[in-house]
Design a protein around this ligand. Sequence first.
Ligand SMILES: Cc1cc2nc3c(=O)[nH]c(=O)nc-3n(C[C@H](O)[C@H](O)[C@H](O)COP(=O)(O)O)c2cc1C
Length: 207
Amino acid sequence: MDTYEAIYSRRSIRDFEDKEIDIEIVKRIINAGIRAPTNNHMREWEFIIIDKESRLDVIKKVSKNNKESDAIRIIDNWGLSDGLQRDTYIDAIPKQHKMLLTSACLIIPCFRNQGSLLKPKNLSALNSFASIWCCIENMLIAASSEGIYGVTRIPFDKEITHIREMLDIPEDYEFPCYLALGYPSKDEKPIPQHFFQAEDKMHYNKW
Ligand SMILES: Cc1cc2nc3c(=O)[nH]c(=O)nc-3n(C[C@H](O)[C@H](O)[C@H](O)COP(=O)(O)O)c2cc1C
């Protein structure tokens, strides 16, 4: 698939078909991730693949009881008023547990981090965090070129503590998100997003 086609077709999927991803495809996707730019030339990234048997334990701190009414309460609390943005959250929030459980491949991408991730001294102190997200985006684009889509979820603190312990993640490594990948369910319906063109975002010489 052409690169632009892979980029344009990438989108977040939270409803998956019950179909495995061949491990050679998973390796191709991770290899694409590893080609991403990195701050310190070391690509200090590791990828923990969680099999179906371990899933429930790994994601046990992710709330599975969120209903549409909970999602509405949460986004009302956040003060969101944009209709499309609200619709996305109303669709996404109740699916957080299920999407991780039912995705064909659940990956915990890890990156080496020195210093305090949550109290960086300057922008450069966030370089390792920025690099892993370049890696993750490469993986999502490579996946879309394979007809595979997915979604990232940012873990809450209680999830991080549990997963670090359970997966033996070394102290100097962090994980920025869960990465759930799979083939989209046939019933899956895209939620409309705001659409922008370059012209909407470009500035010449001045903002
Ligand atoms: C940094 C980041 C954090 C995200 N966190 C979550 C999340 O916690 N749960 C979730 O379902 N989607 C999450 N997403 C996916 C976004 O909701 C999604 O990318 C957005 O709605 C745009 O839709 P698209 O990916 O289909 O273009 C995250 C995406 C990014 C880039």
